[in-house]
Ligand binder design. Structure first.
Ligand SMILES: Cc1cc2nc3c(=O)[nH]c(=O)nc-3n(C[C@H](O)[C@H](O)[C@H](O)COP(=O)(O)O)c2cc1C
Length: 552
């Protein structure tokens, strides 16, 4: 349904800044009473001058990456927020309300009030969510105001990478650097000086049980499987005490339980904070997919994805190697003798979740960090999940081995879209049913033809509206396994599912003898260059001021 868009044009940042200056979102933050030592809290435009050279991928550190976001006009600096009044959370909600989850800016809070204390940040949020991050992370220029085109640009790059490496992402093993080359060792905190409550870790919501480190990469090493990295919410229980919420089925959980089964009473662990964006991505998603007992070096994958080895340094109190350019490392021991509760916590589903009773209890043994460390908070369930294209490209490459007709895949909050080059009647529905049964989180599976751009929401709505007949092109499963977090499930962990076949129904499938032509395609057939010509002639209107843009 979509034609290719091309070209870049002026940034959309101007309209966003204007909005923040003149509307309630700006005023709400600006008028917050008594929340800062300075008597006004303002949203300032990102720095206009850059002392450092322009930042581009590969990004060694969070700071380099945030600089690149700033240079792309995506960063909003905010002097101070009173998180005791949940201002940061409410501001993020309003930014998402106005700009949508795919285009809300990255925010940087300079100072934060937590538990009555003003703590210096900065604290960054939403840093791997804006659609333009899909391109910037790989050193590509986003296509201004055009999400679907930006996705396509990233996809071409990633498909090429996967092709060259035989369907997997390439790997580059990490390299060990010296202590002097490792900024994460600039400050060392030991013994009674350790107090994690001093740092700006947020309580996001009054419904949460407390303050969480919710953007850690948890590093642990299994004797058989090697290093694992996973992002699990970690609840602060005391100055040196954290409840690590690695859920059942996660590799981290499996490794801890294997150590317990071997009779061990504790395992060493390291929480990596303020990591570079590729490590954060790999840590929070199944990239690469761990297959059974096969060892997978996720740091080597992060290195391969960014085309440069990750610099690592050994922890001070254990043998785990951690990223040298991270902002902070919290080293410690997980006790395997008893579990403890973690949560409730505002989940990715957007709802306050149940208490996770079987979290792992961590005692902090050392903290090392950069001078003036930066922090990241995740407004879980408010912002979009992490960028999608690296997982999507890998998933499609994997699925095509079994169903070569699958062209593309997108997963948005349990609604899953597949485009397919249908070869025979009934094929799309059959493939959809297989996938719905196979993958617990696929609750609504929508199958579309390969001329539908599944990265363009308008195309998806069109396909459902104009190609789908609820009967017979649907299938309902009454009861299949799902994630325990599914809020609508009457029984936890079980759900009904639907498969929607929104491909053009062939006559053999009960569809019409003749399907009418899509009028936009008739126009493109008439003049294949018409859209490029119009872009060139009226680019300022189409891209420049946001009026015609902000797709996807
Ligand atoms: C922001 C974010 C928060 C997450 N929080 C949790 C969590 O609290 N517990 C959990 O088990 N998984 C959580 N996940 C999902 C895991 O990080 C993800 O499934 C990862 O692939 C697990 O890695 P592992 O299989 O190597 O252990 C989170 C992911 C993200 C991106």
């Amino acid at each position: 349904m979509s034609e290719k868009q091309s070209g870049t044009s002026p940034k959309d940042a101007v309209s966003r800044r204007e909005f923040l200056t003149v509307t309630g979102a700006g005023l709400a933050a600006a008028s917050t009473a008594g929340c800062a030592a300075t008597d006004s809290t303002s949203i300032a435009p990102a720095a206009a001058t850059h002392r450092r050279p322009r930042a581009t991928a590969p990004f060694d550190s969070l700071r380099d990456y945030v600089q690149a976001l700033d240079e792309h006009g995506l960063l909003q600096r905010i002097d101070a927020i009173d998180q005791d009044a949940y201002e940061g959370t409410a501001l993020m909600c309003r930014l998402v309300d106005i700009y949508g989850r795919f285009r809300a800016p990255i925010v940087l809070f300079e100072r934060v009030r937590i538990d009555g204390r003003w703590i210096d940040g900065p604290v960054i949020a939403n840093q791997l969510r804006h659609v333009d991050c899909e391109a910037i992370l790989f050193g590509l220029e986003p296509v201004t105001n055009d999400g679907p085109a930006t996705y396509r640009r990233a996809r071409v790059y990633l498909d090429d990478m996967l092709d060259k490496a035989g369907g997997e992402y390439p790997t580059i093993p990490p390299v060990e650097v010296t202590r002097e080359q490792a900024p994460c060792k600039q400050v060392v905190v030991t013994g009674d000086a350790i107090d994690i409550t001093r740092y700006p870790f947020f309580k996001n919501n009054p419904g949460d049980s407390g303050r969480f480190l919710n953007t850690t990469s948890v590093f642990n090493v299994d004797p058989e499987l090697g290093l694992n990295i996973g992002t699990y919410r970690c609840e602060i229980k005391g100055p040196r005490h954290i409840a690590v919420g690695s859920g059942e089925g996660q590799t981290g959980h499996t490794m801890f339980m294997a150590a317990k089964a071997r009779g061990e009473t504790s395992v060493p662990i390291a929480l990596v904070l303020g990591q570079d964006p590729m490590i954060w991505l790999v840590s929070g998603a199944r990239i690469p997919e761990r297959r059974g007992k096969q060892a997978v070096d996720e740091l080597a994958t992060a290195g391969g994805l960014r085309g440069k080895a990750i610099d690592v340094i050994k922890c001070d109190t254990n043998h785990i190697r951690v990223p040298a350019h991270a902002e902070m490392i919290i080293e410690g021991e997980i006790s395997l003798e008893a579990f403890e509760p973690n949560g409730p916590y505002g989940e990715g589903s957007g709802y306050i979740g149940a208490v996770y009773e079987q979290a792992f209890s961590m005692t902090v043994t050392r903290i090392t960090h950069r001078k003036d460390p930066w922090f990241v908070n995740d407004f879980t369930g408010i912002t979009r999940p992490l960028i999608e294209m690296p997982s999507a490209a890998l998933t499609v490459a994997g699925l095509q081995r079994f169903v070569p007709e699958i062209v593309d895949y997108r997963y948005v909050d349990s609604v899953t879209f597949f485009s397919i080059k249908k070869k025979e009647p009934g094929q799309a529905l059959a493939v959809g049913k297989r996938l719905a049964k196979l993958i617990p989180v696929f609750k609504i599976v929508v199958m579309v033809d390969d001329d539908v751009d599944i990265w363009n929401p308008a195309d998806l709505f069109m396909a459902c509206a104009t190609r789908w007949q609820a009967f017979p092109a649907s299938h309902i499963f009454e009861n299949l396994p799902t994630m325990p977090l599914e809020p609508s499930a009457p029984v936890r962990g079980q759900t009904a599912k639907i498969v929607i076949d929104a491909t053009r129904q062939w006559p053999e499938e009960g569809g019409p003898e003749h399907y009418p032509e899509y009028s936009r395609q008739v126009l493109a057939k008439h003049d294949p260059d018409i859209f490029t010509k119009v872009d060139a002639k009226w680019g300022a209107i189409i891209f420049g001021d946001g009026r015609g843009g902000n797709r996807g």
